[in-house]
Design a protein around this ligand. Structure first.
Ligand code: HAM
Length: 388
């Protein structure tokens, strides 16, 4: 096979997609709406590596989570160190928090990130192997006001992106003490229905019973499982109630969703998910997050409560397409049409001058007919034509 033939047969890897214009324009719009909101709320950007040590995710997300068990793209570097394409952003930000001692170097560590994440999931509508997240992490504040701010931020970014039909689902998993109490009652319940559960869930009962609750196969059979709200201690209960009061104060509508547990092990207390109105499938969640008060310490850092969220940009774009509220593109910019060879230098000078003055200007300057150049200007959505 010649190199050309080889190349012509190459397609994007399974579950990976090109982002093409005009979709990239919407992508950039959502990102800039997010940046604006983050800046209003006092968050600063962090960029962490796409490749991280594999052990970071195994320790942070939990060995028996779906992501760690079957969705990570792993590889070895030349020194045979095990690495992994990041499946999510929180673990890397926490690693960086510890490595760079943000508790000492930042007055209020409030960080945001925008970038690609990788999960080897079965590709389907809304579920990709490479996708982009917008996320934030707020460290060092245990007040429910920081949970409220995180949820408010997620809602405001969605609204600023043009989406206002969404539902926020809220639950509390409690602290480590509530969790161990909850595990006991859950285990009792699971043992009672064990023989009806799938093989994965039977394994989960041994390893990490909470993970059975996000099983896609046994969802229906587990709908009567005990709820985390039933085993909250007094402090966690107050935290959960205070958060609800703050959200109401900010006029952010939400629903309590007692079955919501999230698919990652690091959460404590608050967990939440945001769905387009009327949708609930796991491939539909627009954004999700919660509090993880123990993670920084578990990964070897200081005691630091934290809360954050991440939004799937492609999911937001899909929802915008369905709601048809996408902003139609305005005509803008100038198209310079050169008529004949002698007009080319003059047109080139004009294009240079227009762009130099900060105006969007385009021109092909290749002696096409005026008709075909006008057509080009039209299909590019230009507002004016300048004929030289
Ligand atoms: P997550 O729920 O795994 O949470 O992902 C957050 C969002 O990323 C989802 O709600 C969804 O919009 C998007 N997403 C996830 N997987 C895919 C996929 N395969 N294709 C397209 N979009 C996807 C986290 O990642 C946590 N780190 C969130 C967080 C931050 N919690 C605290 N801080």
């Amino acid at each position: 096979m010649s190199p050309a033939e080889e190349v012509s047969g190459i397609q994007a890897a399974r579950g990976m997609r090109d982002s093409l214009p005009p979709a990239t324009i919407n992508l950039a719009r959502i990102e800039s709406a997010a940046r604006e909101r983050f800046s209003l709320f006092g968050y600063r950007e962090i960029r962490t590596p796409v490749l991280e040590p594999l052990s970071l995710f195994q320790r942070a997300l939990g060995q028996s989570t779906d992501i760690v068990e079957k969705e990570m793209f792993t590889l070895q570097d030349r020194g045979e160190r095990a690495l992994c394409l990041r499946p999510e952003g929180t673990a890397g930000v926490v690693r960086s928090y510890i490595e760079n001692a943000f508790d000492k170097t930042m007055a209020i560590p409030k960080l945001y990130y925008i970038g690609p994440m990788f999960r080897a999931e079965r590709p389907q509508a809304g579920r990709y192997r490479e996708f982009n997240q917008i996320g934030s992490e707020y460290f060092g504040n245990e007040s429910p006001a920081s949970d409220a701010e995180t949820i408010q931020l997620a809602a405001e970014i969605l609204r600023a992106s043009g989406l206002d039909q969404f539902e926020i689902r809220l639950n509390s998993l409690g602290c480590a003490a509530c969790r161990s109490q909850y595990k006991k009652v859950l285990l009792e319940f699971l043992k009672g229905v064990e023989q009806h559960l799938c093989e994965d869930c039977r394994k989960r009962i041994q390893k990490n019973p909470l993970r059975a609750l996000d099983c896609k196969t046994d969802k229906e059979k587990l709908k009567d499982a005990p709820q985390t709200l039933q085993t909250l201690c007094a402090d966690c209960k107050t935290h959960h109630e205070d958060l609800q009061n703050l959200l109401s104060l900010a006029e952010i509508p939400f629903q309590i969703s007692p079955q919501l547990v999230r698919g990652l092990d690091y959460y404590t207390r608050t967990v939440f998910e945001v769905y387009p109105a009327g949708k609930t499938g796991s491939q539909d969640a627009l954004a999700a997050g919660g509090r993880y008060d123990g993670l920084v310490e578990e990964l070897g850092g200081p005691k630091a409560p934290a809360v954050g969220f991440a939004m799937g940009i492609e999911r937001v774009m899909n929802a915008l397409e369905h709601s048809k509220t996408q902003a139609s593109e305005e005509r803008k910019g100038i198209f310079v049409i050169a008529l004949g060879k002698e007009a080319i230098p003059q047109s080139f000078r004009i294009l240079t001058e227009l762009r130099g003055n900060g105006l969007e200007a385009e021109g092909v300057l290749n002696q096409q007919s005026i008709k075909s150049q006008m057509r080009l200007a039209d299909s590019l959505g230009k507002r004016f034509c300048l004929i030289v």
